[in-house]
Design a protein around this ligand. Structure first.
Ligand SMILES: [Zn+2]
Length: 330
């Protein structure tokens, strides 16, 4: 067993990425779909359609499908309970997909899939204690502790993006009822907001000119102009980086990880983001944790969640326990 293909699916707040992964872990076919503006039923249909497209392209039987979705879970019931940035709530996602697709499926939080990929194959390979933050629409969090993905008691855990860093801070986004979450100050959404405020004060910049030309204010545009030396774009990334650093201080003091991995779309900014984060960490975290940790960009980039989900699917096909939610067609 476990010699054929599996499919990995990474569902983010903005887009879905799916791919067939062979036994050598190479990605054979890929597809992506926009996520914004869908209802729960439309989202489930879109996800199933994306898997079917990959399955048709592969042409040979698929052993299992792994899904990374940005939700909390109740592993006692197999339910995906709550999502901040996608319209999923109280849905038996694994069971629904297993029955629709007619194959065994495994479902985990998208950031758990991401940390699993980086710990098994990526920048944190060989480390037993890994903390991961993915900066995209929101902030996903993954913990790999004592050599395993840590999900808390019943699968509601490791929502590291919703740790409070400003007790009286701004309301968090999406369906989060909290204020001052790390997600509200260090996500891709926060980056766009910071740049928007800054460029309004300084329209006489490259970023101001780009917006004048009708370009949309997005994370990739901010990163592009920051790399080209635009002070407003670089300043917005530094602001996000320092906020990220405060989150890392908390995680470092609590978990004493070997590696902190930063992934998601915003990590395209590279050292423009990580250098200020490390600076805050060295100013504010406790020794010895801060002196021995590595704070690194994810190696697998936008495909990490998809590959992690495929790794879980391969474990399922091989009959090995993972702790993630599994379902077979009834
Ligand atoms: Zn929150």
């Amino acid at each position: 067993m476990a010699e054929g293909h599996v499919i990995g699916v990474d569902l983010g707040g903005t887009k879905l990425l799916a791919g067939a992964v062979g036994s050598d872990l190479s990605v054979i076919h890929r597809t992506n779909r926009p996520v914004l503006g869908l209802t729960q039923d439309q989202l489930v249909q879109m996800v199933a359609d994306a898997v079917e497209e990959i399955r048709t392209a592969v042409g040979t039987p698929i052993e299992a499908v792994g899904f990374g979705i940005p939700c909390t879970f109740d592993t006692r019931t197999g339910m995906a309970v709550q999502a901040v940035n996608v319209p999923l709530r109280d849905i038996a996602f694994a069971e629904v997909m297993a029955n629709r697709l007619g194959v065994p499926v495994i479902v985990d939080n998208d950031a758990n899939c991401h940390v699993y990929c980086e710990a098994k194959l990526g920048i944190a390979q060989g480390a037993s204690e890994v903390v991961l933050l993915t900066l995209g629409t929101g902030i996903g969090g993954g913990l790999f502790l004592r050599g395993e993905v840590y999900r808390g008691w019943i699968g509601g855990g490791a929502e590291l993006g919703h740790m409070v860093v400003e007790m009286n801070g701004r309301p968090c986004q999406g369906n989060c009822p909290n204020w001052g979450c790390l997600e509200s100050v260090a996500s891709g959404s926060a980056l766009v907001r910071e740049a928007s405020l800054a460029v309004a004060r300084r329209p006489d910049t490259e970023l101001g000119a780009a917006l004048e030309e009708g370009r949309e204010l997005t994370g990739p545009l901010i990163t592009e102009l920051a790399n080209a030396g635009d002070p407003v774009a670089a300043g917005a990334i530094e602001t996000i980086g320092r906020a990220l650093g405060v989150g890392i201080v908390n995680l470092l003091n609590i978990f004493n990880p070997q590696v902190v991995v930063v992934g998601g779309g915003v990590i395209a900014a590279g050292e423009l983001l990580l250098a200020p984060a490390r600076g805050v960490m060295m100013e504010r975290a406790l020794a010895p944790g801060k002196d021995v940790v590595r704070v690194e960009a994810a190696r697998y980039g936008p495909e990490a969640g998809m590959i992690g989900a495929a790794l879980f699917a391969r474990e399922l096909a091989a009959g090995r326990a993972t702790g993630a939610i599994e379902a077979r067609p009834s």
